[in-house]
Write a protein that binds this ligand. Structure first.
Ligand code: UDP
Ligand code: MG
Length: 239
């Protein structure tokens, strides 16, 4: 089993994949750790799958699976995590908005935490409507879920694979993974990362399907958190 598993959801990212391969391979080499890259093609309608097949043929560390139909980022991410075998999982987007050059910072922070989340502090080249909507979404999310994650929309994260046994995924869960981990008592920290612009392809989300759809998920997470089992055993007879 490798030390690291990179888990990457892919939906219509044909123009990014070769560059992703080059940048990730270059950034991973100096880490001196064994790794694999697990890509899940969420039923792309462009050439993504055929490129992924080529990459998997070129490099045995790269492997891919393809969904039968478009299932969403959470499902693609979860399926990748299930197929992964490394001790540490690092999730990132296929579009290179997450810079592989930040990897050493994630691994360093992981020495004193269970989960490290990237936070795009110096936001960013995005359109102001998008910046504002993500700011509001984060504020509402934190307020209602009693959280303090400054950038839940950033899915560049590192954590130990064993932690996944404790959490249940659902559609939209990728936005709440830090909260789900914290609910299980894990230490979640954030590190600042350098966001990059999407240089090819298009974002799969709009304000409508990002902010409003995730609101229902937020209420569910809030409820789950409030109903968490809380107990402490004081004494036992012999076992
Ligand atoms: N993605 C996916 N299935 C979807 C939507 C997105 O696998 O239905 C992938 C997408 O290819 C990318 C990641 O999830 O690797 C994040 O999507 P995107 O970059 O569009 O989101 P943004 O960065 O704009 O929040
Ligand atoms: Mg993106």
């Amino acid at each position: 089993m490798p030390d690291l598993s990179f888990v990457i959801p892919v939906y219509n990212e044909e123009a990014s994949l070769e560059r992703l391969y080059a940048e990730l391979t270059a950034a991973a080499a100096p880490l001196k750790l064994s790794y694999e890259v697990v890509l899940t093609d969420d039923a792309s309608t462009d050439r993504s799958w055929s490129i992924l097949q080529q990459l998997a043929q070129r490099d045995p560390r790269w492997r891919a699976q393809r969904f039968a139909y478009n299932c969403g980022e959470s499902a693609a991410s979860a399926a990748g995590m299930k197929a992964a075998g490394g001790d540490i999982i690092i999730t990132l987007d296929a579009d290179l908005q997450n810079d592989p050059a930040d990897l050493p910072a994630f691994l360093r922070a992981l020495e004193n935490a269970d989960c490290v989340c990237g936070s795009r502090v110096h936001h960013r080249a995005d359109h102001w409507v998008r910046r504002l909507s993500s700011r509001i979404a984060n504020a509402v999310r934190n307020r209602l879920s009693g959280e303090s994650i400054s950038d839940a929309g950033c899915t560049y994260r590192a954590f130990r694979r064993s932690m996944l046994a404790e959490v249940k995924f659902f559609r939209g869960a990728h936005r709440f993974l830090p909260t789900l981990f914290r609910m299980e008592g894990y230490r979640v920290v954030e590190i600042p990362i350098t966001p990059r612009e999407r240089f090819a392809g298009y974002s799969k989300y709009s304000i409508g399907n990002r902010v409003f759809k995730s609101f229902a998920d937020l209420l569910a997470v809030r409820w789950m958190k409030s109903r968490r089992l809380n107990y402490r055993v004081a004494e036992t007879t012999r076992r």
